[in-house]
Design a protein around this ligand. Structure first.
Ligand SMILES: [Zn+2]
Ligand SMILES: [Zn+2]
Length: 721
């Protein structure tokens, strides 16, 4: 009798055995439909010997219903899924689910009906129709998607179809993407760049696992160099995955890619429309998608012929996922390359300390680009000691920085002010009674956003309008904004430099590819004098006229006091400094700080990267922190505070006593309340020799908690809140 072991997408069910009916052909990796009670579920046929479960007698097995018309998940991907589940102490089914990015795509291709404007003028114009006509210009999508784009009801759009204003277009889901051409526009490379590119080309052609750290200063042309590796893969008919840390960077990337290869690559990220998702996923599994650019979720897709993985801005912490399966896409990318037997390139101007260590010890091959492309010089960096050079009362920019801003404005050059804080002010209080606005769901202040006239929590999304009077004492007009956010800095610039054209760049203002595109075009066409932005402006952009960067508060990142605070500050400031002087004119960077002697600030001012990494490496070694030791966190949460506390204490009470493992806590988390859940944390610090995952699994496996309690394990955590 023919049996199949299924991994189903439900962590509670886990693994189930089925009978394979006569005439049905399956193999490990096949995606199938099976009965479960009265329902039907989707599962993946898994290598039975790798998934032990309780044997069910043949006579009790129910038959599989059908095999879905998609290629089986390849063996290297199945090994990757197993590895990630094991390493991150996550359910196998939760990891496997990430490979099947679109359930609709599993049912095969076929057609879908989309709609677009016909260009007809309406006989009867309503305000809603006018708004829709405006918003839908150049769009083609399903009625539901168009309704979302235009913010009108589906009914309004159906009315427009009836009136001949919108027309249906039948679209083939599997229509091919335009082909990228390896030789479309070969670049002009410097000698250094060419040498690096040659190494990548050879590695792609060798079709063997090879991890690279592409370590190049800002403006050295890392992208142009790894594009030659991409070109080699295209020439070989292999697929390439490029991971970017955030969608905001994609716009710029797409344009550079198109200039080099003639077409835009295939995009994969969470805000794709359902039809785009379906098409992209099917092209990925068929091999038709030549180059896929995506956020971290693109990493687990079932590529048919992967030939190269690139992780750009590889130091970015957004590659770490902090909910669901808590994995680090940078690390998983290297493991995937190993299972696939292909090269992987981690590109960064400020590599993570862990990556530096692996390059130093020869695990990764370091490819260095020490100079800027085209002879541009790295900017001059100096420190503004805020204790000596104080801004005027109620202001945040020191006189020297203001003078430099004015000088740039007079010369027609651009400036950038960086402050990694959205909104107008991080804290609002009542002048009369001292009341502070706090989120009801989180241990966090509400942040005032003047643009939207609201107080918002940046953790859970809770929002209230700014009240006219204090909710505590009732005094009208008594609220005071404390501290600056980018909106407040933009106001200050507008007051100090009347006539300057100021652009505010945060995820609140640049929340769509269109808006990002408009910003980039405006900056390039010199329609902007001063850019005020959060970390969104620190990387990727290349504005030749930008000659001044001001870091408004370099101490901000150091306050959190977590393991990577100094490293993150270094990376952020070095990245934003890298925006200055990328053209022919030299750049200047002013760093405002109250701690000019802090090692990280000192290293930044001296431009001494090696000294910073050396000092930070020693500090990590002393602390037994990564890459020398390992950390893992256990986060216990519940909507009921006592329940969370009791569960955390029960876990803490049975902590294993091992020589190479130190267990701290439980203690209330710094964010003791988050999205309405009370949180406790335990932190594990282990030597590299310890089998952390096994220890945690056995330790937590003994418990059976009440339903409301969630216990999350975070291996190699980045967040300590
Ligand atoms: Zn008050
Ligand atoms: Zn909140």
């Amino acid at each position: 009798m023919n049996r199949a072991r299924l991994l189903v997408f439900n962590a509670a069910l886990g693994v189930l055995d089925y009978r394979v009916p006569e005439g049905m052909a399956i193999e490990p990796g096949s995606v199938v439909v099976a009965p479960l009670g009265p329902r039907q579920i989707v599962g993946v046929v898994w290598d039975a010997e790798r998934l032990p479960t309780k044997e069910v007698p043949d006579s009790k097995l129910r038959p599989l219903i059908e095999v879905l018309p998609v290629p089986p998940l390849p063996a290297p991907l199945r090994r990757l899924i197993e590895w990630a589940a094991d390493y991150y102490v996550a359910p196998l089914s939760s990891v496997a689910r990430m490979a099947l990015g679109s359930s609709a795509a599993l049912r095969g291709g076929g057609t879908t009906t989309e709609y677009r404007l016909t260009g007809e003028e309406p006989k009867r114009m309503t305000p809603q129709r006018a708004a829709a006509m405006d918003a839908l210009h150049g769009e083609q999508a399903t009625i539901r998607e168009l309704a979302e784009i235009a913010s009108v009801s589906e009914g309004v759009l159906r009315g427009m179809v009836g009136a001949g204003l919108l027309e249906p277009v039948v679209v083939d889901i599997d229509r091919p993407y335009p082909r990228a051409r390896a030789d479309f526009a070969a670049p002009r490379l410097s000698e250094d760049q060419q040498a690096a590119a040659d190494i990548f080309v050879a590695a792609v052609e060798a079709k063997k696992f090879a991890p690279f750290l592409l370590d190049g200063v800002t403006g050295s042309g890392k992208t142009e160099v790894y594009f030659e590796g991409v070109a080699a893969a295209l020439a070989e008919g292999r697929q390439v995955l490029v991971l970017l840390p955030e969608i905001a960077l994609t716009e710029n990337f797409l344009r550079r890619f198109e200039a080099r290869f003639g077409v835009t690559p295939v995009l994969w990220h969470s805000s794709l429309k359902a039809s785009e998702r379906r098409r992209a996923w099917r092209a990925i599994v068929s091999g038709d998608a030549q180059v896929v650019v995506g956020a971290r979720s693109a990493l687990f897709m079932p590529y048919a012929r992967l030939g190269l993985i690139v992780v750009d801005e590889a130091h970015e912490t957004s590659f770490k996922q902090d909910d669901g399966v808590r994995y680090n896409a940078r690390d998983v990318a290297v493991i995937r390359a190993r299972f696939e037997g292909i090269p992987v390139i981690l590109a960064s101007a400020t590599p993570a300390l862990e990556s530096m260590h692996l390059a130093d010890t020869g695990v990764y091959q370091r490819i260095a680009l020490p100079d800027r492309f085209g002879g541009a010089r790295l900017p001059d960096i100096s420190v503004v000691d805020l204790r000596e050079e104080q801004p005027e009362r109620g202001r945040w920019l020191a006189p020297r920085l203001v003078e430099e801003l004015k000088a740039r404005l007079e010369r027609g050059e651009q400036s950038l002010l960086f402050l990694n804080r959205r909104g107008y002010a991080p804290l609002t209080l009542c002048r009369h009674c001292g009341y502070r606005f706090q989120c009801p769901n989180c241990t966090a202040w509400l942040v005032e956003h003047r643009l939207s006239r609201r107080l918002a929590c940046h953790h859970c999304g809770h929002e209230v309008p700014v009240p006219e009077a204090c909710p505590e004492c009732g005094t009208p007009d008594c609220l005071v904004a404390c501290g600056p956010g980018v909106e407040r800095i933009a106001d200050e610039v507008a007051e100090l430099l009347p006539g300057a054209r100021v652009a505010l760049v945060t995820s609140d203002t640049l929340n769509s590819p269109e808006k990002i595109g408009e910003f980039v075009a405006a900056a390039e066409n010199r329609l902007i004098d001063v850019i005020v932005g959060t970390q969104l402006v620190t990387k990727g952009y290349h504005f030749p006229e930008l000659t001044l960067v001001g870091v408004v508060d370099a101490d901000l990142g150091l306050e959190g006091g977590d393991l990577r605070a100094a490293e993150r500050t270094y990376q952020q400031v070095a990245q934003v400094a890298g925006r200055a002087g990328r053209g022919e004119k030299p750049g200047e960077v002013l760093i405002q700080t109250r701690h000019p002697t802090a090692p990280v600030i000192d290293a930044l001012a001296k431009g001494d990267r090696d000294a910073f990494y050396a000092a930070e490496t020693e500090a990590r070694r002393d602390a037994g922190a990564p890459p020398f030791g390992r950390w893992a966190a256990i986060i216990v949460s519940s909507e009921d505070e006592a329940e969370a506390r009791d569960a955390a204490r029960a876990i803490g009470g049975t902590a294993p006593n091992l020589p190479d493992v130190l267990i701290l806590g439980p203690a209330p988390a710094p964010m003791a309340l988050l999205r309405g859940r009370y949180r406790y944390r335990l932190l594990i610090n282990a030597r590299r020799s310890a089998e952390v995952q096994k220890i945690v699994r056995e330790w937590l496996g003994r418990f059976d908690f009440p339903q409301g309690v969630r216990v999350n394990v975070d291996i190699d955590p980045y967040s300590f809140v």
